[in-house]
Write a protein that binds this ligand. Structure first.
Ligand SMILES: Cc1cc2nc3c(=O)[nH]c(=O)nc-3n(C[C@H](O)[C@H](O)[C@H](O)COP(=O)(O)OP(=O)(O)OC[C@H]3O[C@@H](n4cnc5c(N)ncnc54)[C@H](O)[C@@H]3O)c2cc1C
Length: 431
């Protein structure tokens, strides 16, 4: 069965059948199925949510808490979940035929997969975003023979891919003056020198799309680098407060030879490639924010329906009814917003702005707001990983720690407010 058949062969989940987690690993009833009424999903993606939910329940949910709690190391890369999701067709969703599923709305479908993954594991959504959004968009600029060579391993999950723009002194601000990673032209291609940092999947990646300054030029070029090339060194994994499954590390390049055929797009036009990839990534992180917010909301709903205080259920307190209603309304808006931004990208808009920035900043702030309130609903149990006396495990502290990075990476939310304001006030005023 090829990738397209695998994606479309998955039958919709029968109504009312919910994947359930192991006891004590709290994944409650999906309130999304009570409150969200789809009125505009196109037919080619209508079944993707069911496909992704089934795949996540099978390959990710059983190991998601372990992924979240295992400190970062090369050995900790979640290969089983990664390849399980790939095997079910989740990695084929963004790509055109002949390699991928060939959907009419690949970005919308990919974002829906991202939301489903994030519901169980925010960090795995980060891994998926790197592999299947940032790199998918970047590799669409590759020559056909290069795509033929690398995409089958990306889509099957045999190989992990990385995407690198960030350096110690260049991150939110990407310009030729800030980039220190330089590609010097040779007769047959480029010699690459420099350092990238914070690179997702790099500790296990076979391939990397990297933004670098093009020699002495005030221009940037995007290159596809074989991570097994002499001169590539990957550092030790960073130790972070959350997103442990999204393992990051520095990459050092010392006279790394890159063939000319591995230029993505045109030489000197790499910033456009990077920005197109990051625009798509931004919408994907908006979808991840929705998945995380939904998970936190569902956990809060469960607790409000069961915890008894002052002789009545916590959910009878009007304070929490109001808070839930506000969050559910914002969640509906956030989901609609990322889907609209994704459809704009699918229709050929290069940036999807300002909806892309709105979707990312709104959904990721919401994820943090809902996580904070859900944790509050759980009281001390929200603050706990495991209660010694009972062995009960709680997930809210994980969601709370993981949610924070969503507001920072792939466009810090303040930068995205700037982008939105630019659409209102114009560049002359906002810069
Ligand atoms: C888990 C994780 C995974 C990552 N994966 C990758 C990856 O795969 N590839 C990659 O290239 N990078 C990756 N990054 C790097 C990430 O993209 C950067 O951390 C991010 O761009 C922010 O850059 P910085 O940390 O250097 O913060 P800075 O650029 O120093 O920004 C710091 C803060 O300044 C504020 N700020 C910035 N600009 C403005 C402004 N215009 N107005 C007001 N305030 C502003 C924001 O609050 C921002 O949070 C990852 C980072 C993490 C933590």
């Amino acid at each position: 069965m090829d990738a397209a058949e695998r994606v479309s062969a998955v039958e919709p989940r029968p109504a009312g059948v919910e994947p359930r987690p192991a006891p004590g690993q709290a994944a409650p009833v999906r309130t999304q199925d009570r409150t969200w009424h789809d009125v505009f999903l196109p037919p080619d993606v209508a079944h993707v949510r069911d496909m992704a939910r089934t795949s996540v329940a099978k390959h990710l949910a059983p190991v998601a808490r372990e992924i979240a709690r295992t400190p970062e190391s090369r050995e900790a890369f979640p290969w089983d979940a990664f390849r399980g999701l790939a095997g079910d067709g989740c990695f084929a969703v963004p790509f055109p035929e002949p390699h991928g599923a060939g959907l009419e709305h690949p970005m919308l479908a990919t974002c829906i997969v991202t939301e489903e993954i994030a519901y169980e594991s925010s960090s795995m959504a980060g891994v998926y975003d790197g592999q299947c959004i940032l790199n998918a968009r970047c590799l669409s600029f590759a020559r056909p023979e290069v795509r033929d060579r690398v995409l089958p391993a990306l889509i099957s999950g045999e190989s992990a891919f990385s995407f690198a723009t960030t350096e110690p002194d260049a991150s939110s601000d990407l310009s030729p003056d800030t980039l220190r990673t330089v590609a010097t032209r040779t007769g047959s291609g480029y010699l690459l020198n420099g350092r990238k940092c914070w690179i997702t999947n790099s500790v296990v990646a076979d391939w990397l799309c990297v933004l670098c300054r093009d020699g002495e030029e005030q221009a940037m070029t995007m290159l596809l680098v074989d991570m097994r090339s002499p001169g590539v060194t990957v550092g030790e994994p960073d130790l972070k407060m959350g997103h442990h499954g999204q393992i990051t590390a520095d990459i050092l390049f010392e006279d790394v030879e890159v063939p000319a055929a591995h230029v993505l797009g045109e030489p000197g036009r790499g910033l456009g490639v990077a920005l197109a990839s990051l625009a798509a990534g931004r919408v994907g992180i908006g979808a991840a924010g929705v998945g995380v917010a939904q998970a936190a909301l569902d956990l809060a709903v469960e607790r409000l329906g069961t915890r008894v205080l002052f002789g009545k259920k916590l959910g009878e307190m009007q304070h929490w009814q109001y808070r839930l209603a506000e969050h559910a309304t914002a969640l509906e808006a956030a989901r609609s917003l990322y889907q609209k931004a994704a459809v704009r990208l699918d229709r050929g808009d290069r940036s999807g702005e300002p909806e892309a920035s709105m979707a990312k900043s709104f959904a990721t702030k919401l994820a943090n707001d809902v996580a904070r309130d859900a944790l509050q609903v759980y009281g001390g149990y929200g603050f706990a990983k495991r209660i010694a006396a009972t062995g009960d495990e709680y997930r809210l502290e994980e969601i709370y720690r993981d949610a924070k990075i969503l507001e920072i990476f792939e466009g810090a939310n303040e930068v995205l407010q700037w982008v939105i304001a630019r659409h209102l006030l114009g560049r002359d005023l906002t810069g």
